[in-house]
Design a protein around this ligand. Structure first.
Ligand code: SF4
Length: 318
């Protein structure tokens, strides 16, 4: 499969009054066309910042300080505003955690769809646009009559489906889903993930699924990238990550999931807390919490190397 997105040495900083937050630190990453890539890690590990950077939607003072992001051969980092407008929504779309804050409470659902379509195609006829919106709602398992309702009249799960419909109405090739199930209960969450899997095939989508929930990625992802402290720790096929996690952080993450099949009197936890990204630890950013840290880990940052089908940034494998 060809790569749809290639990120080289991306670094994103947030200068604040007490210093500079190194939110994404020299990350290189490739995405294959048609795959679902799970992007996982604890809060503050840089996964959402990476997602927002791909659409150049970082809020100030966030800035891309170096690196390249090639999407279909064009470097997003160097695109002007006009080219970005053609990219956002039309080629790459994003859905967010809380649909209620993404939908305008004063607009009916049909107005959201019409505005999205007319922003990108001023020559579209209103009846054509409405027909497209109706057919999208049908694909989402929602009656087209709901187009005439306001966001507050819909359930949380329906609002998230409306959001995904808005993201897909312009037929993008890449969908970035940033913690899309956080605001949903577990039943609706499972239904939403089933729908996402179905839409991925129907629309031939490439998806980046950003989540801290390993259960979600286990269900959907072809490959998984684990981030820690603004760095990529490990990337591999989803099955390989779960069967044979290599990076000590990935191992720690997986062992802290409760397993009802095991007789575990105590839940496993990882000692310590995520690093301060204004003053990150030298060397491997995970070393203060790593049970296998060596002298070299405290002074030199490990490069990402290929090992048994995994890309892993750890001195144990270099
Ligand atoms: Fe642990 Fe060292 Fe590997 Fe970092 S490089 S994960 S500190 S063993």
């Amino acid at each position: 499969m060809a790569n749809i997105l290639e990120i080289n040495n991306l670094t994103v900083h947030f200068p604040i009054n007490i210093g500079t937050v190194r939110a994404v630190d020299d990350v290189s990453w490739q995405l294959r066309e048609g795959e679902v890539m799970g992007l996982v890690g604890e809060s503050g590990c840089g996964k959402s910042t990476l997602g927002f950077s791909i659409l150049r939607l970082l809020r100030p003072p966030g800035e891309i300080v170096s690196g390249q992001m090639f999407f279909q051969g064009r470097d997003i980092v160097r695109m002007g505003e006009k080219e970005l407008l053609g990219l956002r929504g039309r080629k790459i779309a994003m859905i967010f955690q809380d649909p209620l804050t993404s939908l305008n409470p004063l607009f009916r659902i049909d107005q959201h769809y019409l505005e999205t379509m007319f922003t990108h195609d001023r020559h579209l006829k209103k009846e054509q646009a409405l027909e497209k919106a109706r057919s999208m709602l049908e694909s989402l398992g929602i009656s087209p009559d709901r187009l005439l309702e306001y966001p507050h009249q819909l359930s949380g799960g329906m609002r998230q489906r409306i959001m995904i419909g808005l993201a897909l109405i312009l037929n993008p090739q890449l969908l970035i889903a940033d913690e899309p199930t956080t605001a949903l209960d577990v039943i609706v969450e499972a239904q939403f993930l089933d729908l996402l899997a179905h839409l991925q095939k129907q629309f031939n989508l490439t998806i980046i699924l950003i989540t801290h929930n390993l259960g979600n990625v286990a269900q959907l992802a072809d490959r998984i990238t684990v981030m820690y402290g603004g760095n990529m720790a490990e990337m591999a096929e989803a099955g390989a990550i779960f069967a044979n996690p290599m990076h000590p952080y990935t191992r720690g993450l997986l062992s802290s999931i409760p397993n009802i099949k095991l007789d575990q009197p105590k839940l496993q936890t990882m000692p310590g807390s995520p690093p301060d990204l204004v003053n990150p630890p030298p060397g491997c950013v995970f070393h203060p919490r790593c049970p296998r840290a060596m002298d070299i880990c405290r002074t030199r940052k490990p490069p990402a190397v290929e090992k048994d089908g995994h890309l892993v940034a750890c001195w144990l494998f270099s």
